[in-house]
Design a protein around this ligand. Structure first.
Ligand code: HEC
Ligand code: HEC
Length: 386
């Protein structure tokens, strides 16, 4: 020690100050957004300052009463940037499945609007799911707050732990889940930032994944651009082609009544309904959960955001293209005891008699709901370095 001269000490102190300066500038400038514990693990690519999940700058028409009423965020689980960051890691972590082969993202793929291009998804052990995977864009805007095609989960928080324990999908018990996560060094810091201490519980897993999913708001489609340029959704959009505007009018017309079921700016339902897929009900849908005959064959009316990316369609993925979907509503609706009265005329099925140009316009309109920013946004992408 004696050998070190005073100038050397000064130099050392200067070096230390300059290093720490560089490392911590972000923290002092962005106190709100900065996690208290730095997340720096070799297998994870997370930004030094959190992405913004909690305060996304939504267009005005996302903040009107109609959509505020749809928002199913519960009081005890508001989105925080740290919570959603943890949720993102969990969503992409194959540790959530029994043999580390499957994550939530295996069946909810960002490029496909967080659904699965396969008719049925492949679970951890190679078995197939009973139904088609669902897109997750704008899941937050669904007032009745229930999840799955048959709405068997009462809340998103309840939903998120069901695939983990599903014997086809991920195959873990909740205590196995907690034990596995505790073995990964990155979770202590992530849970501390999100919840104040490193205690890993399945309840916290559910809260964090739900925050991440509720942060997945798609609001930058061609439709959104158009809506922001007019006063009313009924007005022609200046950025739309004639066919897209015709399709929008048709979608909202009394003739098709699409907008009566796929409502609001996120084009989602209010309750599960039967849209006449089958004359004889095979998948009991909501009726299989409630045991009520009036609910047989009823399914959630999903948001149509990014619908061009989420093929195949319907709870059983029976339609490969939007053309087939439109033809179903045009000429294929089957009468059955629970067919929704928006699709009937007297005791009969209502036929739409759309021309080919009208069918194409409906499809052109549905294509305007695709949001390239959303499906390419890094904050929703896989944080694991493979
Ligand atoms: C093996 C494929 C698979 C995996 C893994 C999987 N899911 Fe799903 N997911 C599905 C299928 C299939 C459905 C529709 C099932 C049904 O309704 O019966 C679904 C439905 C959902 C829904 C309902 C959406 C809505 O609008 O009602 C949410 C939310 C969801 N999954 C989130 C998750 C999360 C979170 C994980 C990870 C913890 C996960 N999923 C893992 C296949 C999967
Ligand atoms: C009576 C209410 C109702 C009406 C009217 C209606 N839909 Fe639907 N729609 C539903 C229901 C319910 C489902 C899900 C059915 C299922 O999977 O069993 C659905 C599913 C869809 C899907 C597939 C969604 C997915 O993620 O797989 C598309 C696309 C669609 N509808 C478009 C339209 C269009 C276009 C119109 C007008 C021509 C329309 N809908 C009219 C209730 C309705």
């Amino acid at each position: 020690m004696k050998k070190f001269t005073t100038p050397f000490y000064i130099l050392l102190v200067l070096i230390l100050i300059s290093c720490s300066d560089e490392e911590y500038t972000d923290i002092t400038n962005n106190d709100d957004e900065q996690s208290s514990v730095t997340i720096d693990f070799q297998n994870l690519n997370l930004p030094s300052t959190n992405f913004n999940y909690a305060n996304i700058d939504l267009p005005n028409f996302f903040l009107d009463n109609e959509l505020r009423n749809e928002d199913n965020t519960p009081n005890n689980n508001a989105i925080t940037d740290d919570g959603a960051t943890l949720g993102r890691v969990l969503f992409y972590d194959t540790n959530l499945s029994a043999n580390n082969t499957v994550s939530c993202a295996s069946c909810h793929i960002q490029a496909n609007g967080f659904s699965d291009p396969n008719q049925f998804s492949i679970g951890f052990d190679g078995e197939l799911t009973d139904r088609n995977s669902m897109g997750l864009a704008n899941a937050r805007f669904y007032e009745n707050g229930r999840f799955f095609w048959d709405e068997r989960a009462e809340t998103l928080e309840e939903q998120t732990l069901i695939p983990v324990q599903d014997l086809v999908e991920m195959g873990l018990t909740l205590s196995e889940l907690e034990t596995k996560l505790a073995q990964e060094d990155y979770y202590a810091a992530l849970f501390t930032n999100a919840f104040g201490d490193e205690n890993i519980t399945s309840e916290r897993v559910a809260l964090a994944i739900s925050q991440f999913i509720r942060s997945m708001v798609s609001y930058q489609s061609k439709f959104d651009e158009g809506l922001s340029q007019v006063n009313d959704i009924d007005d022609d959009f200046p950025n739309f082609t004639a066919s897209e505007n015709n399709g929008k009018d048709l979608f909202m017309s009394n003739r098709t009544r699409c907008f009566d079921c796929h409502a609001t700016n996120v084009f989602v339902g209010d309750n599960a309904r039967n849209n006449g897929l089958d004359a004889t009900i095979t998948d009991l849908g909501v009726g299989g959960i409630t045991g009520n005959n009036n609910d047989l064959g009823e399914f959630k009316v999903p948001s149509l955001r990014n619908i061009a990316l989420t093929a195949p369609y319907m709870h059983d993925g029976r339609f490969e293209t939007l053309e087939e979907v439109i033809e179903h509503y045009n000429s294929g609706v089957q009468n059955n005891q629970n067919l929704d009265n928006r699709l009937t005329q007297g005791n009969n099925v209502r036929r739409l008699n759309l021309s080919n140009a009208e069918k194409q316009s409906l499809i052109d309109f549905l294509n305007t709901l695709t949001d390239e920013e959303f499906i390419n946004d890094e904050k929703y992408a896989n944080p694991f370095i493979e």
